[in-house]
Design a protein around this ligand. Structure first.
Ligand SMILES: NC(=O)c1ccc[n+]([C@@H]2O[C@H](COP(=O)([O-])OP(=O)(O)OC[C@H]3O[C@@H](n4cnc5c(N)ncnc54)[C@H](O)[C@@H]3O)[C@@H](O)[C@H]2O)c1
Length: 259
């Protein structure tokens, strides 16, 4: 039987065909999942075009900074899915451009709040609203993080702080939701050329470094994150929660730049 047969999946964070969220939608739908894409207002056109490529896929407006939109999105998803959501994918991040260009020391209070609100708090906001639709039969919530939470990646700045908070959210949510058989994990993806990544000055250097330094001596592709998300969302990963899984060609294990 396909791994996601009969599973209802709500995905936050598709902007265009390069989005990690879109790769996840493709991997999960390939294995039988029904998909809803929750989009930010300005992405509507692209998200509708992409949704049309997977028959039966629905789209719902949702800005994760807006509690009313979150409430409405979950009510609508619950209705479309007949009251049960099995998997939620959180593939959302944002920091004002200036925060990713200026020195970290110049991080502003407003920029910090925005980055942490959209990129970290939103996982709690999403998990809280997903719980009523998951608790009867269990579920899986998956976020996307980056190794800059652990090691300094110049110019990742406040987004690294947001990722550290996001990873901590994963552990606390996993603890509280575990008794309902709701698993919460994150994938720490290697550098990928997406809209969000292009906002970080020097991001292309992260990819050129990976190709040389990573044990697999190459960069990763979106589809490889999609397939790992498929594993974590499926029953194959039923005993895994609170975990951060690196999907980065092994880059994170390296201490020295070359051998
Ligand atoms: N690209 C990489 O190298 C990389 C590496 C590791 C982790 N990640 C993470 O993967 C996730 C997806 O990013 P991506 O690289 O696919 O880029 P992307 O730009 O395609 O996706 C980011 C998404 O966040 C959404 N978003 C931003 N603010 C929002 C808001 N207020 N409400 C709702 N949605 C909002 C955007 O609409 C977009 O769909 C992010 O969490 C990112 O940090 C990316």
């Amino acid at each position: 039987m396909p791994l996601m047969e009969g599973k209802n999946v709500l995905i936050f964070g598709v902007a265009n065909h390069r989005s990690i969220g879109w790769a996840i939608a493709q991997s999960l739908s390939r294995e039988g999942a029904k998909i809803i894409l929750a989009y930010q207002d300005r992405m509507e056109k692209y998200v509708r075009e992409l949704a049309a490529k997977i028959p039966g896929t629905e789209v719902i407006l949702c800005d994760v900074q807006d509690d009313a939109q979150l409430d409405a999105a979950f009510a609508k998803a619950g209705e479309l899915f007949g009251g049960r959501i099995d998997t939620v994918i959180h593939s959302v991040a944002y920091a004002p451009a200036s925060e990713l260009e200026n020195p970290f020391l110049e991080t502003t209070r407003a920029g910090f709040q925005t980055a942490l609100d959209i990129s970290a708090y939103s996982l709690i906001a999403v998990a809280k609203r997903a719980k009523p639709y998951m608790e009867a039969s269990g579920g899986s919530i998956l976020a996307l993080t980056y190794m800059a939470s652990l090691h300094v990646m110049p110019k990742y700045n406040v987004m690294a702080v947001a990722k550290a908070a996001l990873e901590c959210n994963v552990r606390y949510l996993a603890y509280e939701l575990g008794e309902f058989n709701i698993r919460v994990n994150a994938i720490s993806a290697g550098a990928l050329n997406t809209l969000a990544a292009r906002g970080v000055s020097g991001f292309s250097d992260f990819r050129s470094q990976t190709a040389v330094i990573a044990p697999l001596r190459r960069n990763i592709e979106q589809s490889e994150v999609g397939d790992s998300a498929l594993f974590l969302s499926s029953d194959l990963a039923r005993a895994i929660t609170g975990e951060i899984l690196f999907v980065d060609a092994g880059y994170n294990i390296m201490g020295a730049a070359s051998h």
